[in-house]
Design a protein around this ligand. Structure first.
Ligand SMILES: [Zn+2]
Length: 364
Protein backbone atom coordinates (compact mmCIF):
# COMPACT_ATOMS: atom_id res chain seq x y z
CA UNK A 1 0.00 0.00 0.00
CA UNK A 2 1.25 3.47 -0.88
CA UNK A 3 0.02 5.89 1.73
CA UNK A 4 -0.51 9.41 0.53
CA UNK A 5 0.36 12.44 2.59
CA UNK A 6 -1.20 15.57 1.12
CA UNK A 7 0.55 18.71 2.28
CA UNK A 8 -2.21 21.20 1.60
CA UNK A 9 -5.98 21.33 1.92
CA UNK A 10 -8.11 24.26 3.08
CA UNK A 11 -10.51 22.03 4.99
CA UNK A 12 -11.70 24.51 7.64
CA UNK A 13 -12.04 27.33 5.11
CA UNK A 14 -14.32 25.15 2.97
CA UNK A 15 -16.35 24.02 5.97
CA UNK A 16 -16.91 27.64 6.98
CA UNK A 17 -17.27 29.28 3.57
CA UNK A 18 -19.31 26.65 1.75
CA UNK A 19 -20.60 24.55 4.67
CA UNK A 20 -18.88 21.57 3.09
CA UNK A 21 -19.04 18.41 5.16
CA UNK A 22 -16.07 16.19 4.42
CA UNK A 23 -17.57 13.20 6.15
CA UNK A 24 -19.63 13.01 2.96
CA UNK A 25 -18.36 11.60 -0.30
CA UNK A 26 -17.37 13.81 -3.22
CA UNK A 27 -20.34 12.41 -5.11
CA UNK A 28 -22.78 13.48 -2.36
CA UNK A 29 -21.24 16.94 -2.05
CA UNK A 30 -21.42 17.55 -5.79
CA UNK A 31 -25.05 16.44 -5.83
CA UNK A 32 -25.95 18.74 -2.94
CA UNK A 33 -24.18 21.71 -4.52
CA UNK A 34 -25.40 21.10 -8.08
CA UNK A 35 -27.84 23.99 -8.14
CA UNK A 36 -25.91 26.43 -6.01
CA UNK A 37 -23.32 29.10 -6.77
CA UNK A 38 -20.55 27.02 -5.21
CA UNK A 39 -19.36 25.11 -8.32
CA UNK A 40 -19.03 28.42 -10.20
CA UNK A 41 -17.01 29.98 -7.36
CA UNK A 42 -14.94 27.10 -6.06
CA UNK A 43 -15.42 24.35 -8.65
CA UNK A 44 -16.88 20.91 -8.06
CA UNK A 45 -15.53 19.55 -4.78
CA UNK A 46 -12.52 17.25 -4.92
CA UNK A 47 -12.51 16.10 -1.29
CA UNK A 48 -14.67 13.64 0.58
CA UNK A 49 -14.60 10.77 2.99
CA UNK A 50 -15.01 7.85 0.61
CA UNK A 51 -12.44 9.29 -1.75
CA UNK A 52 -9.87 9.81 1.04
CA UNK A 53 -10.30 6.13 1.83
CA UNK A 54 -10.12 4.96 -1.76
CA UNK A 55 -7.07 7.12 -2.44
CA UNK A 56 -5.37 5.98 0.79
CA UNK A 57 -4.83 9.56 1.88
CA UNK A 58 -3.69 9.07 5.46
CA UNK A 59 -2.47 12.51 6.50
CA UNK A 60 -3.43 16.02 5.40
CA UNK A 61 -1.80 19.35 6.27
CA UNK A 62 -4.96 21.31 7.07
CA UNK A 63 -4.80 25.06 6.81
CA UNK A 64 -5.71 27.93 9.02
CA UNK A 65 -6.53 30.48 6.37
CA UNK A 66 -8.19 33.85 5.93
CA UNK A 67 -7.73 36.47 3.22
CA UNK A 68 -6.55 39.99 4.03
CA UNK A 69 -9.32 42.54 3.37
CA UNK A 70 -7.55 44.01 0.33
CA UNK A 71 -7.54 40.61 -1.42
CA UNK A 72 -10.98 39.31 -0.53
CA UNK A 73 -13.55 38.28 -3.11
CA UNK A 74 -16.99 39.85 -2.89
CA UNK A 75 -18.47 36.66 -1.51
CA UNK A 76 -15.62 35.92 0.93
CA UNK A 77 -16.84 35.49 4.47
CA UNK A 78 -13.48 34.82 6.12
CA UNK A 79 -11.26 37.87 5.83
CA UNK A 80 -9.43 40.20 8.13
CA UNK A 81 -8.94 43.96 8.21
CA UNK A 82 -6.34 43.66 11.02
CA UNK A 83 -4.22 41.15 12.89
CA UNK A 84 -6.66 40.86 15.84
CA UNK A 85 -9.30 39.62 13.43
CA UNK A 86 -6.84 37.28 11.69
CA UNK A 87 -5.90 35.89 15.08
CA UNK A 88 -9.54 35.22 15.97
CA UNK A 89 -10.30 33.63 12.58
CA UNK A 90 -7.35 31.26 12.80
CA UNK A 91 -8.26 30.27 16.35
CA UNK A 92 -11.85 29.63 15.22
CA UNK A 93 -10.46 27.23 12.63
CA UNK A 94 -8.43 25.37 15.26
CA UNK A 95 -11.66 24.99 17.27
CA UNK A 96 -13.43 23.73 14.18
CA UNK A 97 -10.78 21.06 13.53
CA UNK A 98 -11.00 20.01 17.20
CA UNK A 99 -14.77 19.74 16.93
CA UNK A 100 -14.44 17.71 13.73
CA UNK A 101 -12.00 15.29 15.38
CA UNK A 102 -14.11 15.09 18.58
CA UNK A 103 -17.40 14.44 16.84
CA UNK A 104 -15.96 12.00 14.26
CA UNK A 105 -13.11 10.42 16.18
CA UNK A 106 -13.11 7.34 13.91
CA UNK A 107 -12.67 9.53 10.87
CA UNK A 108 -10.41 12.45 11.78
CA UNK A 109 -7.53 12.73 14.26
CA UNK A 110 -5.37 15.70 15.08
CA UNK A 111 -1.63 15.25 14.83
CA UNK A 112 0.95 17.41 16.57
CA UNK A 113 3.57 14.82 17.51
CA UNK A 114 5.39 11.82 16.04
CA UNK A 115 3.47 9.56 18.39
CA UNK A 116 0.13 10.78 17.00
CA UNK A 117 1.46 10.54 13.46
CA UNK A 118 2.63 6.96 13.96
CA UNK A 119 -0.72 5.96 15.46
CA UNK A 120 -2.48 7.07 12.28
CA UNK A 121 -0.04 5.52 9.81
CA UNK A 122 0.04 2.28 11.80
CA UNK A 123 -3.74 2.11 11.64
CA UNK A 124 -3.54 2.33 7.84
CA UNK A 125 -0.65 -0.11 7.45
CA UNK A 126 -1.36 -2.79 10.01
CA UNK A 127 -4.96 -2.71 11.15
CA UNK A 128 -8.15 -3.75 9.48
CA UNK A 129 -10.28 -0.72 8.77
CA UNK A 130 -13.00 -0.16 11.38
CA UNK A 131 -16.57 0.52 10.30
CA UNK A 132 -15.59 3.97 9.25
CA UNK A 133 -12.42 2.97 7.38
CA UNK A 134 -9.08 4.38 8.49
CA UNK A 135 -8.69 7.70 10.29
CA UNK A 136 -7.32 10.75 8.46
CA UNK A 137 -4.61 12.59 10.41
CA UNK A 138 -4.86 16.37 10.29
CA UNK A 139 -1.86 18.60 10.98
CA UNK A 140 -2.53 22.34 11.31
CA UNK A 141 -0.73 24.56 8.83
CA UNK A 142 -1.02 28.31 9.17
CA UNK A 143 -1.07 29.87 5.70
CA UNK A 144 -0.10 33.52 6.11
CA UNK A 145 1.11 34.57 9.55
CA UNK A 146 -0.81 37.82 10.09
CA UNK A 147 -2.78 36.09 12.85
CA UNK A 148 0.37 35.89 14.97
CA UNK A 149 0.28 39.29 16.61
CA UNK A 150 3.71 39.05 18.22
CA UNK A 151 6.49 36.46 18.61
CA UNK A 152 5.46 36.10 22.29
CA UNK A 153 2.28 34.42 21.13
CA UNK A 154 4.17 31.45 19.71
CA UNK A 155 3.99 29.69 23.09
CA UNK A 156 0.20 29.67 22.88
CA UNK A 157 0.09 28.60 19.24
CA UNK A 158 2.46 25.76 20.06
CA UNK A 159 0.26 24.69 22.99
CA UNK A 160 -2.79 24.73 20.71
CA UNK A 161 -0.99 22.20 18.51
CA UNK A 162 0.32 24.41 15.69
CA UNK A 163 3.59 23.08 14.27
CA UNK A 164 3.75 24.60 10.76
CA UNK A 165 3.72 28.24 9.73
CA UNK A 166 3.82 29.87 6.30
CA UNK A 167 4.64 33.55 6.64
CA UNK A 168 2.91 34.56 3.42
CA UNK A 169 -0.17 34.10 1.24
CA UNK A 170 -0.38 37.53 -0.24
CA UNK A 171 2.30 39.67 1.35
CA UNK A 172 1.97 39.95 5.12
CA UNK A 173 3.59 42.28 7.55
CA UNK A 174 6.27 39.61 7.86
CA UNK A 175 7.34 39.26 4.22
CA UNK A 176 6.64 39.59 0.51
CA UNK A 177 4.14 37.10 -0.89
CA UNK A 178 2.13 36.16 -3.95
CA UNK A 179 1.50 39.28 -6.02
CA UNK A 180 3.33 41.39 -3.42
CA UNK A 181 7.05 41.00 -4.10
CA UNK A 182 9.46 41.85 -1.33
CA UNK A 183 11.91 40.62 1.27
CA UNK A 184 11.42 39.66 4.89
CA UNK A 185 10.55 42.62 7.08
CA UNK A 186 12.24 43.24 10.42
CA UNK A 187 9.18 41.78 12.09
CA UNK A 188 9.55 38.73 9.84
CA UNK A 189 13.16 38.26 10.88
CA UNK A 190 12.16 38.49 14.55
CA UNK A 191 9.33 36.02 14.08
CA UNK A 192 11.66 33.53 12.36
CA UNK A 193 14.19 33.71 15.15
CA UNK A 194 11.43 33.07 17.73
CA UNK A 195 9.96 30.24 15.62
CA UNK A 196 13.33 28.48 15.61
CA UNK A 197 13.26 28.30 19.43
CA UNK A 198 10.28 25.95 19.14
CA UNK A 199 11.40 24.19 15.96
CA UNK A 200 8.28 25.31 14.07
CA UNK A 201 8.33 24.06 10.47
CA UNK A 202 8.49 26.98 8.03
CA UNK A 203 6.46 26.79 4.79
CA UNK A 204 8.03 28.76 1.92
CA UNK A 205 4.95 28.46 -0.34
CA UNK A 206 3.63 31.89 -1.40
CA UNK A 207 6.81 33.63 -0.24
CA UNK A 208 8.44 35.90 -2.75
CA UNK A 209 11.87 34.79 -3.98
CA UNK A 210 13.64 37.46 -1.92
CA UNK A 211 11.92 36.44 1.30
CA UNK A 212 12.31 32.71 0.55
CA UNK A 213 16.04 32.98 -0.15
CA UNK A 214 16.65 35.03 2.96
CA UNK A 215 14.64 32.53 5.02
CA UNK A 216 16.73 29.66 3.65
CA UNK A 217 19.85 31.47 4.84
CA UNK A 218 18.49 32.67 8.11
CA UNK A 219 15.94 30.24 9.50
CA UNK A 220 17.43 27.64 11.82
CA UNK A 221 14.40 25.37 12.02
CA UNK A 222 13.06 22.94 9.41
CA UNK A 223 11.89 24.30 6.03
CA UNK A 224 9.45 22.93 3.45
CA UNK A 225 7.24 24.12 0.59
CA UNK A 226 3.80 22.54 1.00
CA UNK A 227 2.27 23.53 -2.32
CA UNK A 228 4.36 25.15 -5.05
CA UNK A 229 5.39 24.26 -8.58
CA UNK A 230 8.60 24.97 -10.50
CA UNK A 231 9.09 28.38 -12.06
CA UNK A 232 11.57 26.86 -14.55
CA UNK A 233 8.66 24.97 -16.16
CA UNK A 234 6.37 28.01 -16.18
CA UNK A 235 8.33 30.16 -18.64
CA UNK A 236 6.45 33.32 -19.50
CA UNK A 237 4.43 33.39 -16.28
CA UNK A 238 4.45 36.80 -14.63
CA UNK A 239 3.48 35.33 -11.26
CA UNK A 240 5.89 35.05 -8.34
CA UNK A 241 3.88 32.08 -7.01
CA UNK A 242 6.19 29.39 -8.47
CA UNK A 243 9.54 28.45 -6.99
CA UNK A 244 12.72 29.47 -8.82
CA UNK A 245 15.43 26.80 -9.05
CA UNK A 246 17.57 28.75 -6.58
CA UNK A 247 14.86 28.38 -3.96
CA UNK A 248 14.27 24.69 -4.73
CA UNK A 249 18.01 24.00 -4.55
CA UNK A 250 18.22 25.79 -1.22
CA UNK A 251 15.27 23.82 0.07
CA UNK A 252 16.91 20.56 -1.00
CA UNK A 253 20.18 21.55 0.68
CA UNK A 254 18.26 22.22 3.87
CA UNK A 255 16.70 18.75 3.74
CA UNK A 256 13.27 20.16 2.84
CA UNK A 257 10.40 18.65 0.88
CA UNK A 258 8.44 20.35 -1.92
CA UNK A 259 4.80 19.42 -2.56
CA UNK A 260 3.53 20.06 -6.11
CA UNK A 261 0.00 21.11 -7.09
CA UNK A 262 -2.11 19.43 -9.81
CA UNK A 263 -3.75 22.73 -10.79
CA UNK A 264 -3.91 23.47 -14.52
CA UNK A 265 -3.09 27.18 -14.20
CA UNK A 266 0.05 26.24 -12.23
CA UNK A 267 1.03 23.73 -14.94
CA UNK A 268 0.33 25.67 -18.13
CA UNK A 269 0.96 29.40 -18.45
CA UNK A 270 -2.19 31.27 -19.37
CA UNK A 271 -4.61 28.41 -18.67
CA UNK A 272 -7.99 29.75 -17.63
CA UNK A 273 -11.05 27.95 -16.45
CA UNK A 274 -13.94 28.28 -18.88
CA UNK A 275 -17.41 28.08 -17.41
CA UNK A 276 -19.06 24.72 -17.79
CA UNK A 277 -17.06 21.57 -18.31
CA UNK A 278 -13.28 21.05 -18.66
CA UNK A 279 -11.66 22.64 -21.65
CA UNK A 280 -8.04 23.13 -22.74
CA UNK A 281 -7.05 20.16 -20.71
CA UNK A 282 -3.57 19.86 -19.25
CA UNK A 283 -2.29 16.27 -19.03
CA UNK A 284 -1.12 14.87 -15.70
CA UNK A 285 2.26 14.27 -17.36
CA UNK A 286 2.98 17.97 -16.89
CA UNK A 287 2.69 17.51 -13.12
CA UNK A 288 5.06 14.54 -13.39
CA UNK A 289 7.52 16.87 -15.14
CA UNK A 290 7.40 19.25 -12.15
CA UNK A 291 8.10 16.33 -9.81
CA UNK A 292 10.89 15.17 -12.10
CA UNK A 293 12.39 18.66 -12.21
CA UNK A 294 12.70 18.70 -8.41
CA UNK A 295 14.19 15.18 -8.46
CA UNK A 296 16.72 16.21 -11.16
CA UNK A 297 17.80 19.22 -9.09
CA UNK A 298 18.20 16.95 -6.06
CA UNK A 299 19.79 14.04 -7.88
CA UNK A 300 17.34 11.75 -6.07
CA UNK A 301 13.64 11.30 -5.28
CA UNK A 302 13.86 12.35 -1.63
CA UNK A 303 12.51 15.89 -1.85
CA UNK A 304 9.48 15.89 -4.17
CA UNK A 305 5.97 15.27 -2.86
CA UNK A 306 2.34 16.29 -3.21
CA UNK A 307 0.45 19.26 -1.83
CA UNK A 308 -2.79 19.13 -3.79
CA UNK A 309 -4.46 22.33 -2.51
CA UNK A 310 -7.69 20.60 -3.61
CA UNK A 311 -10.81 22.70 -2.98
CA UNK A 312 -8.49 25.66 -2.31
CA UNK A 313 -10.30 28.02 -4.67
CA UNK A 314 -10.65 25.50 -7.48
CA UNK A 315 -12.29 22.17 -8.19
CA UNK A 316 -12.68 19.37 -10.69
CA UNK A 317 -12.89 21.80 -13.63
CA UNK A 318 -9.31 22.97 -13.07
CA UNK A 319 -7.24 19.81 -12.67
CA UNK A 320 -5.71 17.35 -15.15
CA UNK A 321 -8.32 15.09 -16.80
CA UNK A 322 -6.82 11.88 -15.35
CA UNK A 323 -7.98 13.04 -11.92
CA UNK A 324 -11.58 13.39 -10.81
CA UNK A 325 -11.04 13.74 -7.06
CA UNK A 326 -8.61 13.13 -4.20
CA UNK A 327 -9.42 9.43 -4.65
CA UNK A 328 -7.37 9.35 -7.85
CA UNK A 329 -4.00 10.66 -6.65
CA UNK A 330 -2.54 7.13 -6.67
CA UNK A 331 -2.43 7.46 -10.48
CA UNK A 332 0.59 9.71 -9.93
CA UNK A 333 2.56 6.65 -8.76
CA UNK A 334 1.75 4.77 -11.96
CA UNK A 335 2.73 7.80 -14.05
CA UNK A 336 6.05 8.10 -12.21
CA UNK A 337 6.80 4.45 -12.86
CA UNK A 338 5.98 4.99 -16.57
CA UNK A 339 8.51 7.85 -16.48
CA UNK A 340 11.18 5.45 -15.21
CA UNK A 341 10.90 5.89 -11.46
CA UNK A 342 11.15 2.84 -9.22
CA UNK A 343 8.21 1.75 -7.13
CA UNK A 344 10.01 2.78 -3.95
CA UNK A 345 10.76 6.26 -5.35
CA UNK A 346 7.09 6.64 -6.30
CA UNK A 347 6.14 5.66 -2.73
CA UNK A 348 8.45 8.32 -1.36
CA UNK A 349 6.92 10.98 -3.57
CA UNK A 350 3.35 10.05 -2.66
CA UNK A 351 3.93 10.00 1.08
CA UNK A 352 7.28 8.63 2.22
CA UNK A 353 9.17 11.89 1.92
CA UNK A 354 6.65 13.80 4.03
CA UNK A 355 6.59 10.95 6.52
CA UNK A 356 10.38 11.04 6.93
CA UNK A 357 10.33 14.83 7.18
CA UNK A 358 7.56 14.87 9.80
CA UNK A 359 9.17 12.11 11.88
CA UNK A 360 12.34 14.13 11.90
CA UNK A 361 10.81 17.47 12.82
CA UNK A 362 7.64 17.02 14.85
CA UNK A 363 8.17 16.68 18.59
CA UNK A 364 8.25 13.07 19.80
ZN1 LIG B 1 -2.03 28.50 -1.00
Amino acid sequence: MTLIIDAHQDIAWNMLTYKRDYTRSVVETRKLEANTLIPERNGDSLLGWDEYQRGEVAVVFSTLFAAPARKKELWDTIWYPDSDTAHRLYRDQIHLYRKLADSHSDKFRLISSVKELDAVTEHWSTRAPNNEGHPIGLIYLMEGADGIRSPHELTEWWEWGLRMIGLAWAGTRYCGGTGDPGPLTDEGRKLLSAMADYNFILDLSHMDEASALESLDRYEGPIMATHANCEALMKGSDSNRHLPDRVIRGLIERGGVNGVIPLNSFLKVGWKRQSGSRREEVPLDVLISHIDHICQLAGNANHAAIGSDFDGGFGQQSIPPELDSIGDLQIIAAKLIERGYSESDAEKILGGNWLRFLREHLPA
